[in-house]
Design a binder for this molecule. Structure first.
Ligand code: FES
Ligand code: FES
Length: 164
């Protein structure tokens, strides 16, 4: 066992963990942050993506001990109990999620991309090449990220499509 100290979504945690414990399992099982999903556990699907010191990483390819001394952000840390982030709001407006299994990972990867400037549509498509979505066909996800990047969200009081 190794004692680690990590800040997750702004909260400091000191925990003794087995050296083989994956970061995804630490987040989900120890901290109860089940918004980080687990699919392939081979670095392929991208649904486990979180941000480690601001950089999008595959949680299934990292050990919890490798996060020692780092800041981790999961999807729960985006909006908390407050209003949705601009990116989350854009996903909602564009119906960019259906079952939602891929969504947390894509949101965290996209937040990282947006934090580094305004991506082109091709760069957004390139980002999504590392994320599997079986539902949406990707186009609404690209649209949502592009809209958030452009800061083109409508005012909050603009009428929304029925049922949203
Ligand atoms: S569960 Fe990590 S990439 Fe699929
Ligand atoms: S919304 Fe279902 S896998 Fe992407």
């Amino acid at each position: 066992m190794t004692e680690i100290e990590v800040v997750v979504n702004g909260q400091r945690h000191r925990e003794a963990v087995e050296d083989r414990l994956l970061l995804t399992d630490f987040l989900r099982q120890r901290l109860g942050l089940t918004g980080t999903h687990v699919g392939c556990e081979h670095g392929v699907c991208g649904c486990c993506t979180v941000r480690l010191d601001g950089v999008a990483v595959r949680g299934c390819l990292l050990l919890a001990v490798q996060a020692d001394g780092c800041e981790v952000q999961t999807v729960e840390g985006l909006a908390g109990s407050g209003p949705l982030t601009a990116l989350q709001e854009a996903f909602r407006r564009h119906f960019a999620l259906q079952c939602g299994f891929c969504t947390p990972g894509i949101l965290m990867a996209a937040e990282d991309l947006l934090s580094r400037g305004t991506p082109t549509r091709d760069e957004i498509v390139d980002l999504l090449s590392g994320h599997l979505c079986r539902c949406t066909g990707y186009a609404p996800i690209v649209d949502a990220i592009e809209e958030a990047a452009a800061g083109a969200l409508p005012p909050a009081d603009e009428p929304r499509p029925e049922g949203t």
